[in-house]
Design a protein around this ligand. Structure first.
Ligand code: ZN
Ligand code: ZN
Length: 238
């Protein structure tokens, strides 16, 4: 593989209610896969069975280095149909970063233009550095507007390996990513490569994403999680 990824910022633990590893188990798996840093990004309020905002509010009690892997405290939060983010304002202070995404049934598809408007509105939040899985025909985007807006707001668009591995769940994702990534190169918009792991066995398996990036000859410079220094510089920037 042409690309080397050192960090993984999108993964779910038992706290999300539908994932199967503890933070320590995720870190151990990351260590075995040769990653240097992980970020936990459990689902925010709205997803059935997920933890309360207090889980994120206690990140200062969490062990930040396990098996030699540094751990950041993030969250994957829900964009609402009015462009707001479903999370108590004060609790953003406890996060190292937030990922925002569209998750039905919390979010109801409003078509490409409104979905794009709502996501751009959420990008303005100073803790938002990533948009998760902007890839499905079921929740379409206008990439001609999404990509330059991400660049302007210091947000990286995600290439989600879980989508590429099970494209029937996010139909159209391969073609949509090709369109999005071509525009990212044109606009010099950053991206993040993620697994969106829901089990320790998925951590560090970026294969499908890296194959797609290779096919497009995607510029490595635009991938923010190829090194710890690069990732930290990116999320320290807003
Ligand atoms: Zn998601
Ligand atoms: Zn996720």
């Amino acid at each position: 593989m042409k690309y080397h990824i050192d960090c993984e910022i999108h993964m779910h633990t038992l706290a999300s209610g539908h994932a199967y590893g503890s933070p320590r188990e995720m870190a151990q798996a990351a260590s075995e896969m040769g990653l240097k840093l992980i970020g936990l990004s459990d689902h925010g309020p709205g997803v059935v069975g997920t933890c309360s905002h207090l889980f994120f509010g206690c990140y200062d009690r969490m062990c930040r280095n396990v098996h030699g892997v540094e751990i950041l405290g993030g969250a994957e939060l829900n964009i609402m149909n009015d462009g707001s983010i479903n999370f108590p304002e004060h609790f953003f202070n406890y996060l190292d970063y937030a990922i925002v995404g569209l998750h039905p049934p919390i979010y109801v598809d409003e078509g490409a233009e409104r979905n794009t408007d709502n996501t751009i509105a959420a990008m303005k939040n100073p803790k938002v550095f990533f948009v998760s899985h902007p890839d499905s025909d079921r929740l379409p985007y206008n990439y001609e507007r999404l990509v330059p807006a991400a660049k302007e707001n210091g947000v990286a668009l995600e290439v989600n390996t879980s989508s590429l591995r099970a494209p029937h769940k996010r139909p159209g994702c391969v073609e949509n990513y090709k369109k999005m990534l071509t525009l990212c190169m044109e606009h010099r918009c950053p991206i993040v490569v993620s697994t969106d792991s829901h089990d320790p066995c998925e951590v560090g398996h970026f294969e499908e994403s890296l194959a797609l990036l290779e096919e497009l000859n995607f510029d490595e410079e635009l991938i923010v999680n190829t090194s710890v220094e690069k990732l930290k510089a990116f999320i320290g920037k807003k």
